[in-house]
Structure formats: structure tokens, C-alpha cells
Design a protein around this ligand. Structure first.
Ligand code: UD1
Ligand code: UDP
Length: 379
């Protein structure tokens, strides 16, 4: 029996990593037709993930422009999806997380009166401008969604507090753990492009990209990194730099051509995830890394003032350090000097999932489509 058509829409690297397991599970269900649409709000960084997981989009809006702004992404997604929704008439649209593609796609689906399923629903800081614009993107997507796939009980509680009906929420775990389990292997051999990194040293893996950190906050973070490599001779900083010129230019200006600081192009997910597994500390303002690194037992210093992911902080593996140079430097220094403090933080915890999130999500999607067919037959 044909169950219906599910359209999966996403636009950036992390969405692609976290939707890849869902697409894989959906495609196993012969009775569901799966249509993949990418906004390509990211280009090269998205394509790296599509290639790794063998995803060939049915539609590609090819939106990315250098230094694009929030208006142009929103307008491009809305305009592009209008025609695609009309042509495809999906029974359900699945979006992920909190990017501008996510919100604009959910809005486009709502305009077409098509129900929305929100994967990674219910994360909140309750601060409209931190992270910006993600907190508002995910809140608004939550308002538009019919099905809410919350990764943890904390995110479920957040949705309940916003009066989302409990029967519309499923706690599934985070699909990033599905992707990570498939990708990380003990004894992974890195290719020659990373030969400059001495894996016998203590590696600090760094990523930064948050809009609210652009400018002085990022300067402070990078200054702290400089202090750390100067003080600790057995430390190497591995920093795959986001392609955004605002980030890239500053990173090159402050950290380029320095001993034991490796600036590089974004790494493909397999290399990156395995490098995380070989790291001593992770320092990041990313969302996804706050979920992945704890499950690999790596201490994470979060270079932000707020986080929507309190679970690993509670478990002691993640510390929210902000962006003030002194605080960033001192938090990392303590981890490098104090072995017992390090051991306390470096334990593997998995509040974000058991690797079966995508299976749970697709079960709910199947039930949703069955019920729709039943309701249509009654009419
Ligand atoms: C976006 C999301 C953010 C998510 C992040 C993941 C929004 C507003 N922001 O932020 O929520 O956490 O992705 O990385 O939705 N660029 C390239 N090549 C690429 C990707 C980006 O050159 O493959 C450059 C372009 O100049 C682009 C700029 O980076 O204009 C910014 O990209 P954009 O998607 O607008 O913002 P991000 O900071 O990546
Ligand atoms: N990542 C990657 N290559 C890199 C840096 C990060 O594949 O060079 C992965 C990382 O493992 C995580 C995701 O990209 O799954 C995080 O993306 P990002 O930090 O851009 O976005 P956020 O999670 O903050 O939305």
C-alpha cells in the first residue's frame, strides 16, 4: 500500500549530517516516496556531506552567495519551495533544527497547508539573540510543526512548556549519534593531507562560526588559542575553518602561519569525526560538536554565553566558558594542567542518543501517513 510522499528539506552541513540517517531509513520503506530538496544555503560544506552519505538531491535551489544575509536566504527558500511544493504535493515535509532554511521551509510548507515534522525539536536558550538567529528559527519552526521529534526529555519539557500537545512530541534521541556511530572507527588512519599534525601531541580541535561571536568575541577566542600554544609545547591546535569569509579572514590574520596551529579547509565528516576521536580537548561554538564530543568522551569548552544543550553540562563533560579571552584561556589551561580535572570531564556520556533516532522517527512518520490515509478514506 502506498503510504505517501515525504519531502526532506535542508540547506547546511550540520542539517545534512543529521538528516542523512533519516533519509537512509525513509528510503528503506518502499511504500514511502522520499523527495530530497536542498536549499544549498551552504555549497561546498553541504556537498562534502551529500557525497559521503551518497545523497543525490531531487531538487537543488543552489542559493549560496558569498556573504549572504538572512533576508536573501529566507526569500530564496520561500520562492524556490513554492513551485516545488506545488509540483510534488508532499504529504509531509521534514525539516531539521534551527537554520534559516529550516524556518523558511517550514513556513513554505505551512503556506501550502502541508504538515511539518521537526527533527531536533525543542532546543531552547530562551534568549532571542543567542544564538542568533537560531533560537528564533527553531521556536518559530516549532510553532509551525505538527510532529516534534525531540532529542531528549529536556527538549520535550521545553515544548510542553510552550503548550505543544504531548501526543505530538516523540523523544527519539539525536540523529547525530546515528551518523557518528556509523562514521567513527578505532584505529582510523588519516590520509596524508593531515601529516603535519603530530598525533602524539595533545590536540585541541577548534571550530567557530556563530554570528553572535563575529568580531571582538572571535578575536578574544583566537587570542586565547595563541596563549595556549605558546605556553604548552606539546599542544597542537587543529582548526578546520568555516568557509564564511568573516571567520576565515580573521582566523588567517590572527592564527595563520604559526607553529603548532593547523588552519585548514573544512574537513569531510569522516575525517573530522575521527579527528575528534583523536583529540584531547574540543573548543567550539558549534551546536553539533556539543553532542558528538561527549559521546566520544572528549571534554568540550563551549565558546558561547548560552547553550540549548544543557544535558552534557549537567553530566560534567561540557563547560560553558563564554568568549572572554582570560576565561577561555584559563579553562583550557586547567584542563591541560590538572589531570584529575581532565579525567572528571573526559567520560563518555550519551544523553543525545543511542544511534537509533532515525529508526524511531521513521516509525512515527509511517504511523502518521497510515492515519492520514485512513482519515482520507473515511471522507
Ligand atoms: C549557517 C546557519 C547556522 C548553522 C551553520 C552551520 C543560518 C542563519 N545559519 O550559518 O544556524 O549553525 O550554518 O555551519 O541559517 N560559505 C561558503 N561555503 C559553504 C558554506 C558557507 O563559502 O559551503 C560562506 C558563504 O560566503 C556564505 C557564508 O559562508 O555566505 C555564510 O553562510 P550561512 O549559511 O549564511 O551562515 P553560517 O554562518 O554558515
Ligand atoms: N564538521 C565537519 N567538518 C568540519 C567541521 C565540522 O564535518 O570541518 C561537522 C561536525 O562533526 C558536526 C557538524 O559539522 O557534525 C557541525 O557543523 P557546524 O559547527 O557548522 O554547525 P552547528 O552544529 O553549529 O549548527
Amino acid at each position: 500500500m502506498r503510504l505517501g510522499k515525504v519531502m526532506v528539506v535542508f540547506g547546511t552541513r550540520p542539517e545534512a549530517i543529521k538528516m542523512a540517517p533519516v533519509i537512509k531509513e525513509l528510503k528503506k520503506v518502499a511504500d514511502i516516496e522520499t523527495v530530497v530538496v536542498v536549499s544549498a544555503q551552504h555549497r561546498e560544506m553541504l556537498d562534502q556531506v551529500l557525497q559521503l552519505f551518497g545523497i543525490i538531491p531531487d531538487y537543488d535551489l543552489d542559493l549560496m552567495k558569498e556573504k549572504q544575509d538572512l533576508y536573501s536566504i529566507t526569500i530564496g527558500v520561500l520562492a524556490g519551495l513554492k513551485d516545488i511544493m506545488e509540483a510534488e504535493q508532499p504529504d509531509l515535509v521534514l525539516v531539521h533544527g534551527d537554520t534559516t532554511t529550516t524556518f523558511a521551509a517550514a513556513l513554505a510548507a505551512f503556506y501550502a497547508r502541508i504538515p511539518v515534522g521537526h527533527v531536533e525539536a525543542g532546543l531552547r536558550t530562551r534568549n532571542k539573540y543567542s544564538p542568533y538567529p537560531e533560537e528564533m528559527n527553531r521556536s518559530l519552526t516549532g510553532r509551525l510543526a505538527e510532529l516534534h521529534f525531540a532529542p531528549t526529555d529536556v527538549s520535550r519539557e521545553n515544548l510542553l512548556a510552550e503548550s505543544v500537545a504531548s501526543f505530538k512530541i516523540w523523544v527519539t534521541g539525536n540523529t547525530v549519534i546515528d551518523a557518528l556511530i556509523e562514521t567513527v572507527r578505532e584505529g582510523y588512519r588519516f590520509d596524508d593531507s593531515l601529516q603535519d599534525i603530530d598525533l602524539n601531541n595533545r590536540l585541541i580541535l577548534v571550530t567557530t562560526h556563530r554570528r553572535e561571536n563575529w568580531g571582538d568575541h572571535m578575536r578574544d577566542i583566537y587570542a586565547a588559542l595563541l596563549q595556549l600554544v605558546e605556553e604548552f609545547e606539546d599542544v597542537e591546535i587543529v582548526f578546520p575553518v568555516h568557509r564564511n569569509p568573516t571567520v576565515k579572514n580573521l582566523a588567517e590574520e590572527m592564527l595563520g602561519r604559526r607553529p603548532r596551529i593547523h588552519l585548514m579547509e573544512p574537513l569531510e565528516y569522516e575525517t573530522f569525526a575521527n579527528l575528534m576521536n583523536s583529540s584531547y580537548i574540543v573548543m567550539t561554538d558549534s551546536g553539533g560538536l556539543q553532542e558528538e564530543a561527549p559521546s566520544l568522551g572528549k571534554p568540550v569548552l563551549v565558546l558561547r554565553d548560552t547553550t540549548e544543550r544543557p544535558e552534557a553540562i549537567q553530566a560534567g563533560t561540557v563547560q560553558l566558558v563564554g568568549t572572554v579571552q582570560k576565561n577561555v584561556y584559563e579553562a583550557a589551561r586547567r584542563l591541560l594542567l590538572d589531570r584529575s580535572h581532565y579525567e572528571k570531564m573526559a567520560h563518555a556520556i550519551n544523553p543525545y542518543g543511542d544511534g537509533k533516532a532515525a529508526i524511531r522517527i521513521v516509525e512515527v512518520v509511517k504511523d502518521f501517513l497510515y492515519v492520514r490515509i485512513g482519515a482520507a478514506n473515511l471522507n
